[in-house]
Design a protein around this ligand. Structure first.
Ligand code: UT7
Length: 326
């Protein structure tokens, strides 16, 4: 059976930095509180004229170059995002236009922070069915556009960025071995942007009430995330018949250092086997895993034959995991 192999990775973050020190000037917080409660020191913010597809294209170009694949040879472009350029057309279509990937189909996928892994899962299905042979999966966000800069409990968390992978069909065993996706909408209101869409169109009143911005029940989300991810990583390894000691690297969604530490502890995994970069990027939602994966590849933390576990948790609530043999 055909499997999906990651043959190239890429990532991009905008130049502008927003440090914890900068945030102290905006809301009632402290550098220490942010670092201790989240693990974040700084995040990158898109320039006024940059949109999600701009960030996505930068990451995609790198991934295509690393894979040695031409944009015109792509069969499919999937963009995991909850901060699209606009409602219509999809951000994936804008990426197709900018890459001149004439022969691809393109669509967005919204599973919030789990969007990239949902994208991998969909792509792996297309690969194993034989429908597509070269797929670009991107996670890209400009969360800063939807951040409530008056809400100290959320504005400290988010950053902008994009990561991408090129997947190619293979009959070999070094490939994406397993993906798992799941949702539980009972907690739909834990993380939301309630206004600006069909339910609450963007009237002046809706905008003034800041309903077009992200709202999060942080502590409630934290508790479900820890419990869910602890079970998810154990179950994923069981499904793949692997012991935690066989894992070379865990690449978690970068939302909160304490959540990541709890997940690693559940597996008995030392923190040096966990990819961490949220200190520098904050929570970039769907972009966080492909950015961390690209960084792991480029810094030599991933070698041929390594088993790598990816996991994510986000609004929906949604969660997902993937096991890759590099
Ligand atoms: O990526 C998608 C998934 N998202 C997540 O997984 C995020 C999960 N949640 C979190 O990471 C954490 O819940 C937060 C970092 C958002 C918050 O940390 P927490 O330890 O859960 O804090 P809390 O919300 O329980 O708030 C504790 C206190 C409150 O004060 P009182 O009521 O105890 O007086 C907050 O008002 O901390 C206060 N607080 C702050 N203080 C200083 C909240 N935000 C801040 C702040 N600076 N920025």
């Amino acid at each position: 059976m055909l499997k999906a192999k990651i043959t190239g990775t890429g990532s991009y973050v905008p130049d502008k930095l927003l440090t914890n020190k900068d945030l102290v000037r905006i809301v009632d917080t402290s550098e220490e509180w942010i670092l201790e409660r989240t693990g974040i020191r700084e995040r990158h913010i898109a320039a006024k004229d940059q949109t999600t597809s701009d960030l996505a294209v930068e990451a995609a170009r790198q991934a295509l170059k690393a894979a040695g694949v031409k944009a015109k040879d792509l069969d499919l472009i999937i963009v995991g995002t909850c901060t699209p350029d606009m409602f219509l057309p999809s951000t994936a279509c804008m990426v197709q236009l900018k890459l001149n990937a004439k022969n691809a189909a393109a669509f967005d996928l919204n599973a919030a922070c789990s969007g990239f892994l949902y994208g991998l899962s969909v792509a792996s299905g297309y690969m194993s069915s034989g429908a597509f042979k070269k797929i670009l999966v991107i996670g890209a966000e400009t969360l800063s556009r939807f951040t409530d800069w008056q809400d100290r409990s959320t504005c400290i968390l988010f950053g902008d960025g994009a990561g991408a992978v090129v997947l190619e069909a293979t009959t070999g065993s070094n490939a994406l071995l397993y993906t798992h996706i799941k949702s539980d909408a009972e907690y739909w209101d834990y993380i939301q942007i309630p206004g600006g869409a069909a339910k609450e169109p963007a009237t002046r009143a809706v905008v003034d009430k800041r309903l077009t911005k992200i709202r999060m029940k942080g502590n409630e989300t934290f508790k479900v995330a820890v419990k869910t991810l602890e079970n998810l990583v154990v179950e994923t390894l069981e499904k793949c018949d692997l012991k935690p000691s066989q894992l070379s690297l865990l690449i978690p969604h970068q939302a909160n250092l304490r959540i990541i530490q709890a997940t690693a502890k559940r597996l008995g995994l030392p923190m040096d086997k966990v990819m961490l970069n949220l200190e520098r990027y904050g929570n970039t939602s769907a972009a966080s895993i492909p950015i961390a994966l690209d960084e792991s590849v480029r810094t030599g933390r991933v070698r041929e034959g390594d088993y790598i576990l990816l996991e994510a948790f986000g609004a929906g609530l949604t969660w997902a995991s993937a096991l890759v043999k590099w």
